[in-house]
Design a protein around this ligand. Structure first.
Ligand code: DX5
Ligand code: ZN
Length: 216
């Protein structure tokens, strides 16, 4: 049992008419964080939830809100997400001009949040190496962002060791997309320390067992 692995169930696969119930379900069964997928219909083809919903979730969520911004122009909205109650804010490397990344990370920190930087499947891990010292977490997407329930892309997980090799101790390496009890082992053996899982957890008949199986 690996207790250090941070499990962050994605509510994209929860019942949106019962978010309070479905967040409590994972919180009571071993979740460490709650992963909130924000999509704008521009950066990704899908539209999900935004600032007012994060604010509502914050009223009852006991675990930190791990907010994954799949949006263009994240700089424009960051303050609102922080005020709404995001605890960890992950933006996409592809959505911010390289010259603005350091300043942007500092701004997120000043707002009291942990900072994550994410890369899509086609982005090379080498591109984010210069920014690792500005962030608390790297999110390696193991599917094309936009939808839950897609198949794990093994090649993407192979980016992890180079990121680990170039990072300071304590940098969280999170993976997101197609994570189940088998792909989780591939990722943790390569150095991932946080797992996002949506459909695997929420479609399971025993949520506690599903979360334990990711950590095992
Ligand atoms: C995809 C999202 C994921 C999604 C994962 O763009 O970022 O967080 O919910 O879903 P599963 O675990 O079903 O692949
Ligand atoms: Zn996500």
């Amino acid at each position: 049992m690996n207790k250090q692995i941070i499990i962050s169930p994605s509510i994209l696969s929860a019942d949106f008419a019962n978010l309070e119930r479905d967040i409590k379900l994972v919180e009571d069964n071993g979740a460490d964080w709650i992963h909130v997928d924000v999509m704008d219909g521009h950066f990704v083809p899908n539209i999900t939830i935004g600032i007012p919903v994060v604010k509502a979730l914050k009223r009852f969520a006991k675990k930190p809100l791990d907010v994954h911004l799949m949006i263009e122009n994240p700089e424009k909205y960051i303050e609102d997400f922080a005020i709404a109650g995001a605890d960890i804010i992950t933006f996409h490397y592809e959505a911010v001009k390289p010259e603005n990344i350091e300043k942007f990370c500092n701004k997120i920190r000043k707002l009291g949040c942990k900072v994550g930087i994410s890369i899509k499947p086609k982005t090379n891990q080498k591109d984010i190496i210069p920014y690792l010292s500005f962030v608390d977490m790297v999110l390696v997407m193991t599917v094309e962002p936009g939808f839950g329930g897609q198949e794990f892309m093994h090649d993407c997980a192979l980016k992890i060791p180079e990121i680990v090799h170039n990072s300071k101790n304590g940098l969280i390496i999170q993976v997101d997309g197609g994570i189940n009890n088998i792909t989780s082992k591939i990722c943790t053996s390569l150095g991932a320390t946080s797992l996002v899982a949506g459909s695997y957890i929420y479609n399971s008949s025993d949520v506690k067992l599903a979360i334990e199986s990711l950590r095992a």
